[in-house]
Design a protein around this ligand. Structure first.
Ligand code: ATP
Length: 605
C-alpha cells in the first residue's frame, strides 16, 4: 500500500507546534502506526531531514534558494519577484509557497500554463503524492549532476511542487532548502519505533544496540518493521557502514582509575587529534569521523597507509589521526590538524600538514564481530593484522596495576604532546560498547591549571546581545548539557569570556541558521536568552569550579532540592565541530564531576 505524503506533512505540522518531547513521541507513534513497513526507512530519513545517512557521502540536493524560487514560480504560476518578496517578508520560502497555493486553490484560478508537464493550479484539490514518489523524485534531483543538471533539477522540483497540496509543498520546499529541522532526536525516533514495532518503549535498547553497530536508522527501522525485533538482535557490524564509537568516562586519580577497572588496565596515550574509524574491504577503504561523517577524501595518505597496513581482507579498525612534525616525528596539537580540514586542496594540505595514525582497537575482522570480545582478544587481533610503519602504528601503551606507574606514564604522555592517557579494562567483560560512554574506558586528561580539572563540551541553546564594545553583536551564549534519558538539553551556564575578537565576529554567521523565535522543544531552560538557538553547535568550556545554581536546569534537584549544577566563571576554549549535540557532556557526567569535586574539598578539610 503506498503511503500518502500528506500523512507525513500533517505530522510535521503537528510536531512543529509541540512544546514537549512527550507530545513529539505521541505524534511519531501515530505516524509509524500509519506507515507501511517497506517505506519506514524513507519516513525515518524524512524525519531526520535527510535523504540518506550523511556518511554515505552521496550528493546533497544541490538546490539553492534561487532554483527553488524559480521552480516554485513555474509550479505556482507567479512571478519570481512576487514569491521572493513574500518569502522575505515571512522569512520562510516554504510558508510563502503554501500561502500562494492556498490562495490560488481558493480562487480556483487557472493561469496560463508555462510548462506542459505541470498541472494548472485549481485543477486538483487533493494531492495524490506518495512518500515513495516524493522520495524518489528528491533522490533524482540530488543525483542529477554535471552538465544540464540544473534544468533537470528545476523540472523535477517544479513538477513535484505543482502536484503537492499547499501543506506538502511547504515541507518539500523546506526539505529542499535544508531547513526541515524538526528537532526530533534519534533517541525519540527509536522510542517511537519500539512502541509501534516491538510493543513497548522498553525495547528501545535492542534498537539502540543495532543502531550502534550500523549507524543507519532508516535501515534499522526497516529490518525491525519487516523482519521483527528478533532479526535486530542478530545484527553485526558491516564493512562500509560506520559503527557508533565507544566512549570513555573521566577521572583524575590513578588509584581510583585502576580500582574502577578491576585493578589492572591497558593504559595508552590519549592522542589529541581526530578519531578515525577505518574500514577495509579488499582495496576499498572508508574513513569515518567521530561524528560518522565520511572523511575518506580528506586523508588520501591515510587511505594508502590503511591499504598497505591492514593485512586482513575485511576489517574495521579504530585509531587517532594526529598532525606530526615531519622532521622530528613529534606530535602537534589538535588545532594544527583542524587547519588541514579547512584547506581546499587536500593534496596541498597533505604535504603541509602530514599526519600519523595511532591505532587502538578493532571491532570486526573477516566476518567476525569483535565487539562482543574482551579487549585483550581485540588487541591481539589488532597486533596480528596491522603491519606497522613510521606513520601507521599502534597507540603507545603499557599494562599496569600500579597507580605510581600509571601516573608516571601519564606525565610521559603529556611531555610527548598527548592530551593524557586512556585507561582500559582488560577483564572478561571488557567488550566494545558501541555508542556508549561507560566505565570500561577511563580518560585521564591534563590539568588545565584550575580547580575545575577538566573541560566540558556544552551545546549552544541561546544567545545574548553584547554591550559596550560588543554592542550590535552577540556577547554571550547560553550553554547546555545533554540528558540522554530524556533526550533533552539542560542549561548549565552563560558564557561570555574566552572569546577572541575573531570568535565574536564569526558568531553571528555561525548562529544564524539555528536562531529560533521560541525555545526548542528539546531544550530545558529557565533562563531566557535574547534569542533561542536550536541545539547544534558544541563548544569546549572550562570554569573555576562547578557550583549549585537555582536557575540552571542541569541535574536539577539531584544534589539539593531547588538547585541545578552550573559552572562558575565559565570560559570558552574552542569550538568542537567534530562533536554533535548528543556527543556533549551529559548531565550525569556533570553530576559525577560535581560529586568528585565535593569529595576533594571534604578531604582537604
Ligand atoms: P575528548 O573530548 O576528551 O576527546 P570524546 O568525547 O571525543 O573526548 P572520549 O571517549 O571521552 O571521547 O575520549 C576518548 C577520545 O580520545 C576518543 O574519541 C579518541 O578520539 C581519543 N583517543 C586518543 N587516543 C586514544 C586511545 N588510545 N584510545 C581511545 N581513544 C583515544
Amino acid at each position: 500500500m503506498p503511503m500518502p505524503f500528506s500523512v507525513l506533512a500533517e505530522t510535521f505540522e503537528k510536531i512543529e507546534r509541540v512544546t514537549s518531547r512527550t507530545q513529539m513521541l505521541l505524534y511519531l507513534v501515530e505516524l509509524f502506526k500509519k506507515t507501511p513497513p517497506d517505506v519506514v526507512d524513507k519516513v525515518v530519513y524524512f524525519i531526520q531531514g535527510k535523504l540518506w545517512p550523511d556518511w554515505k557521502g552521496l550528493p546533497e540536493l544541490g538546490v539553492g534558494e534561487k532554483l527553488l524560487i524559480k521552480a516554485a514560480s513555474i509550479a505556482l504560476h507567479v512571478p519570481e519577484h512576487e514569491l521572493e518578496m513574500l518569502a522575505k517578508k515571512l522569512g520562510d520560502i516554504g510558508r510563502a509557497i503554501e500561502m500562494i497555493k492556498q490562495e490560488k486553490m481558493k480562487k480556483g484560478a487557472a493561469a496560463p500554463g508555462l510548462l506542459a508537464f505541470i498541472k494548472k493550479p485549481g485543477q486538483q484539490s487533493q494531492s495524490t503524492l506518495t512518500v515513495e514518489k516524493v522520495y524518489e523524485t528528491l533522490a533524482k534531483i540530488a543525483m542529477a549532476q554535471g552538465e544540464g543538471s540544473r534544468e533537470i533539477k528545476l523540472k523535477l522540483l517544479a513538477g513535484l511542487l505543482a502536484e503537492a497540496s499547499p501543506k506538502e509543498a511547504k515541507y518539500i520546499a523546506r526539505f529542499v532548502e535544508g531547513r526541515l529541522r524538526l528537532g526530533v532526536g534519534d533517541a525519540t525516533i527509536m522510542e517511537a519505533l519500539a512502541v509501534v514495532y516491538a510493543g513497548s518503549a522498553a525495547m528501545r535498547n535492542v534498537i539502540e544496540r543495532a543502531y550502534n553497530l550500523r549507524a543507519d536508522l532508516g535501515m534499522i527501522a526497516k529490518i525491525l518493521a519487516t523482519q521483527g525485533i528478533e532479526a535486530l538482535k542478530n545484527v553485526k557490524p558491516e564493512v562500509g557502514i560506520p559503527i557508533r564509537p565507544m566512549l570513555a568516562e573521566r577521572l583524575n586519580d590513578p588509584a581510583e582509575i585502576l580500582k574502577k577497572l578491576g585493578g589492572r588496565a591497558l593504559v595508552e596515550y590519549k592522542y589529541d587529534g581526530e578519531r578515525a574509524q577505518i574500514h577495509k574491504k579488499g582495496e576499498k577503504i572508508w574513513i569515518f569521523s567521530r561524528r560518522l561523517e565520511n572523511i575518506t577524501h580528506m586523508y588520501p595518505d591515510v587511505v594508502q597507509m590503511a591499504r598497505e597496513g591492514i593485512k586482513a581482507e575485511e576489517a574495521i579498525v579504530e585509531g587517532e589521526i594526529v598532525a606530526i612534525d615531519p622532521d622530528t616525528g613529534e606530535l602537534r596539537p589538535f588545532q594544527v590538524l583542524m587547519r588541514r580540514r579547512r584547506k581546499h586542496d587536500v593534496h596541498v594540505a597533505m604535504e603541509e600538514i602530514p599526519v600519523a595514525v595511532f591505532l587502538f582497537d578493532t571491532v570486526y575482522v573477516n566476518g567476525e564481530d569483535l565487539t562482543v570480545k574482551p579487549l585483550p582478544v581485540r588487541h591481539n587481533m589488532l597486533e596480528n593484522i596491522v603491519e606497522r610503519s613510521d606513520r601507521w602504528q599502534l597507540a603507545k601503551g603499557i599494562v599496569t596495576s600500579s597507580p605510581e606507574e600509571l601516573e608516571k606514564f601519564f606525565l610521559q604522555a603529556i611531555e610527548d604532546g598527548a592530551e593524557g592517557v586512556m585507561a582500559k579494562a582488560m577483564h572478561d567483560k571488557s567488550i566494545y560498547q558501541a555508542g556508549a560512554r561507560g566505565w570500561l574506558w577511563i580518560k585521564y586528561k591534563r590539568d588545565y591549571k584550575s580547580e575545575m580539572t577538566d573541560t566540558v563540551d556544552l551545546v549552544v541553546i541561546g544567545a545574548f546581545y553584547g554591550r559596550g564594545r560588543r554592542a550590535g553583536k552577540y556577547g554571550a551564549l547560553l550553554m547546555a548539557a545533554y540528558d540522554p534519558d530524556t533526550d533533552t538539553f539542560k542549561s548549565v551556564c552563560k558564557v561570555g569570556s574566552g572569546f577572541t575578537d575573531e570568535d565574536l565576529e564569526r558568531l553571528n554567521d555561525m548562529l544564524k541558521p539555528y536562531i529560533r523565535q521560541t525555545k526548542h522543544p528539546r531544550v530545558d531552560s529557565q533562563m531566557k536568552p535574547d534569542v533561542w538557538v536550536e541545539p547544534a553547535l558544541v563548544a569546549e568550556i572550562i570554569g573555576a569550579e562547578l557550583t549549585l545554581s537555582p536557575i540552571h536546569t542541569c541535574c536539577y534537584g539531584w544534589v539539593k532540592p531547588g538547585a541545578g549544577i552550573s559552572i562558575r566563571f565559565p570560559r570558552f576554549i574552542r569550538w568542537r565541530p567534530d562533536k554533535s549535540p548528543e556527543d556533549a557532556t551529559t548531565t550525569k557526567e556533570l553530576y559525577e564531576m560535581y560529586m568528585r569535586q565535593l569529595k576533594k574539598i571534604e578531604e582537604k578539610a
